[in-house]
Structures are given as structure tokens and as C-alpha cells.
Design a protein around this ligand. Sequence first.
Ligand code: PEP
Ligand code: MG
Length: 315
Amino acid sequence: RRERALADVSGPGRTADGHAVALLANIGGVEDAELAGAADVEGVGLFRTEFVFLSAQHAPTVEEQTEIYRRVLAPFGSRRVVVRTLDAGADKPLAFADLGAEENPALGRRGLRLSQARPELLDAQLQALAAAAHETGADVRVMAPMVATAEEARWFAERVRASGLERAGVMIEVPAAALRAEQVLAEVDFGSLGTNDLAQYTMAADRMEGELSELLDPWQPAVLDVIAAAAAGARAAGKPLGVCGESAGDPLLALVLVGLGVSSLSMAAGKARGVRLALRTHTLEHCERLAAAARAAASPETARAAVREAADPEL
Ligand code: PEP
Ligand code: MG
């Protein structure tokens, strides 16, 4: 089985027993889209739209945005492209979406909270995305960053549907949303775990603070517990839940995430091959055992070691 998997490490993500796990790319603009579009991925799981506008002094017009989105979507043909609406604030400030200084920007009016304060920015973005989707025929799915409650998810989904776009989702990157994933995801079509912020907020450790990298490790038992709670909520709601944080690109952790029940993994395009190979050499049941082993561990180090020990030795 392993030889077969190695000989053909291309195409859609699936486990050794054929359970589908879409392998997707994280992108930040036109250049990334062109590279990822040529890569062996099933589409985009996270387009960080705020990256396009980091140096913009004025809000981009609907026309300007439509042109950029058209160029981002074009390389993917009919493949899915999950577009995150502006995640401005905290580590990604935008000059045209600045609500003034805050004591704690990471806990402030960022992401969807900023869209609620400036709904005209969100509506212009949705209008441009709908126009670009229509022109290119791309399978565009929009999701909101920094959602904490079911009510916020409902507010976002209503605005997305009013724009003519069909699918609305939310990022699950705030522990409150993860713990209440069933109710939050009931309002939308899909969820995507942002493990970078989920680790930051679960561990109360600033992701910009290099000295805290041990606390920010996605293998932290508490982070795995919060992910498991979100996956259980998604299952109860009958909604797909993917991962788009950096952790999805770690082959061992990807197996654990699949074992916890996530249905897609989005990462830097260059990491897809390693994750695809890991999946092809493990059954879903094996992934579930790896997830149980990780969650039984008391520290990130022992979780990693337990999974390495119980995974295919050649991984
Ligand atoms: C995350 O928080 O994990 C995520 C994918 O989004 P970003 O890193 O852009 O905040
Ligand atoms: Mg985030």
C-alpha cells in the first residue's frame, strides 16, 4: 500500500481507505494565486484579502476590488476558492479601516467586529466578490474572521446572501465560537479553524511575541481539546469544518486533525505534497487512534512523540 501511495502522490487528498480530505492552499494575493493555481491543490481554503490592501491609503473601490479578485480567481477555474473578508486590525492594520487606538488591539474591534462598525466596507467587498465570481464562474465561498457568537454568524450570513453570493462560512478562531460551534455553524454553510488565533486566544499568549512560542504550539493539550470540541459541534450541526491555520501543513498534526473530524486542510501550497503522502498512508481509523493518543498526552512534546510513535514509521 505504501509503495502505491508513494508512486502516486498527486491528486485529491484522501486517506489510505479512501476518505476524502480536500487539500487547499492559503493565498494572499494575485501572485500567490498564480503559483497555487498551478500547484496540485483542490482550490483555496483561505484567501487573506487584507494582505492585498496593507499599503492602501484609501478604501479600494468596488471596481478596483473586482479586478483584483478576478485575477485571483482566474487560475482556479471551477475549483473552490474560500475568500475571507477583511481581517483588519491587531497584527494586520489597514489605514482605511482604522477605528483609532485601542489598549488591546488583538482583543479589540478587529475582523468581523470592524466590519460591523463599517458595514459599507464589507458590502463593497461582497459586491466586488459577487461580480468577480459571476465573471469567472469560480466557486467562491466567503467567510468571516473573528466570529465569537452565533448572532454574529447570522449577521454575516444575511449580508453575504443579500449580495448574491451563495455560500457563507465563518472562521472558528475564538474559543467561544469553538465551544459553541454547533450553534454558530447552524447559521452558516461551513466553518474553518484558524489555529493561529485559536492558540493565541486559548492560551492567552500574544502570537506576535516570539518568547511565547511554546504556549502558542498547536499541539498544546488545551488547544487540541478546543479543536475537538469544535469538531464535535460541527458534526452535530452537520456542517463541514476545515482547518486553515499553519498547523494544517504539519503532516503529523494533519493526521490528528483528520482523526478529530476535520474535512479539509488549507496550507502553504508547498506543504500539500507532504500532507497528501501522510494521508495516503493512514486510514481514517488510524487517524482517530492518533488523535486519541495526542489528546491523552499531557504536553505538546509528549503528544508529538506519541503520535510519531504510533504513525507510519517512515513519515
Ligand atoms: C488563523 O488565525 O489561524 C488564521 C488562519 O488566520 P490569520 O493567521 O490570518 O489570523
Ligand atoms: Mg486569524
